[in-house]
Ligand binder design. Structure first.
Ligand SMILES: [Zn+2]
Length: 357
């Protein structure tokens, strides 16, 4: 069976390898027949050879990539079956992080900060293949009514729901979302679901298609980032600034613009992972305007349950931003489409399970 892997972790490029179908090894193993598996931002950096784990090391050599996915249980160990993961049940990735359950961050529920950090598609084999073996803890059971192309991004949807909760969004708030990628487009929908009265979406010039999708998904206004972005957003909010700003750009400019766009006493939530690590923001505003700045990375089971309900009800939609659906053999064009910004989200279709977008 073919799989997308990384044979030279610090070089640019991607590989197709031939592997044996996985078998159950532990009671909590689930073999998933993958229907759809997406290319995420981390995988783009793995493709470039620039990806580093929190401990500074690259992805392991030969690792099968991919974690955002939806599929069907093909086989499962006894412990997984005991909690409902029977063959034939539909599943999606709930959270890619695997924690030790013992360290301080794990005990707080922040599995993404586990001292013995584990991540599907990075420290264990992922889902860019027809059959994937995953520990049950990373999976979420789905009802039959969910579209696999919506469910595949449950992890991002849960992050968006968590960001809105962390922002303490109040019905009637005006919201700015910076960054029109899949996470930003989910944040915009989650803000709408949370009662935002107005949502502005900010992107770059090359994001024209993403901004258009944002309008379809509920943005009132879209903006192309420029030196005048702060003034434009201020004038759209009666000169006050937004009550809540949700940042999903992961760039120094995007993070600075997020802080500039918020009102006195407002809240900014950062979800971006800027490669520069040190970013300049107008810090004096944080003090004088009593801003609240929070971060969000992982998600908790409660976030996932709420996100899944919103997906099931058609309130959070992912299918509209899946712009490229390709067979696994087209791995190079798929990554190129993501890298150039042409694709908002590219996915691999496997096992003939999902109708074309
Ligand atoms: Zn831990």
């Amino acid at each position: 069976m073919r799989a997308v892997a990384k044979l030279n972790p610090t070089d640019a490029g991607i590989d197709i390898v031939d592997i044996d179908p996985p078998e159950i090894r532990n009671g909590d193993d689930v073999i998933v027949r993958v229907s759809v598996s997406g290319i995420s931002g981390s995988e783009l950096n793995i493709w470039r050879g620039t990806y580093r784990r929190p401990n500074g090391t690259p992805v392991e050599r030969g690792r099968i990539l991919g974690y955002e996915h939806a599929g069907v249980v093909a086989d499962a160990g006894e412990a997984a079956r005991a909690i409902g993961f029977e063959p034939g049940r539909r599943v999606a990735l709930g959270s890619p992080f695997i924690g030790c359950r013992r360290c301080e961050p794990c005990q707080q529920g922040l599995v993404n900060r586990c001292r013995d950090w584990g991540h599907v598609g990075i420290t264990l084999d992922g889902t860019n293949c027809e059959l994937a073996r995953l520990p049950v803890e990373v999976l979420q059971l789905l009802s039959d009514k969910v579209d696999p192309l919506d469910a595949a991004f449950l992890n991002s949807a849960s992050l968006a729901v968590r960001a809105v909760a962390r922002a303490e969004l109040t019905p009637g708030d005006r919201v700015v979302v910076v960054g029109p990628g899949p996470v930003g487009l989910l944040m915009l929908q989650a803000a709408r679901a949370g009662g935002a009265s107005w949502v502005g979406l900010v992107g770059l010039e090359q994001d024209a298609r993403r901004l258009e999708i944002g309008k379809e998904l509920g943005a009132d206004e879209t903006y192309v980032y420029s030196d005048e972005i702060a003034a434009a957003l201020r004038s759209a909010t009666d000169g006050l600034g937004a009550d809540v700003v949700l940042e999903a750009a992961g760039t120094p400019e995007g993070m600075a613009a997020a802080v500039d766009a918020v009102r006195v006493g407002g809240t900014v939530v950062f979800a971006g992972l800027p490669p520069q690590r040190i970013v300049a923001i107008e810090a004096i505003r944080v003090t004088r305007d009593e801003l609240t700045i929070r971060g969000v990375e992982g998600n908790l089971p409660d976030d996932r349950r709420r996100a899944l309900r919103l997906i099931e009800d058609g309130v959070l939609r992912c299918r509209p931003f899946v712009t490229h659906q390709l067979p696994i053999d087209d791995v190079v064009p798929a990554f190129e489409a993501v890298a150039s910004g042409e694709a908002c989200k590219a996915v691999f279709s496997l096992n003939g399970d999902v109708a074309p977008v």
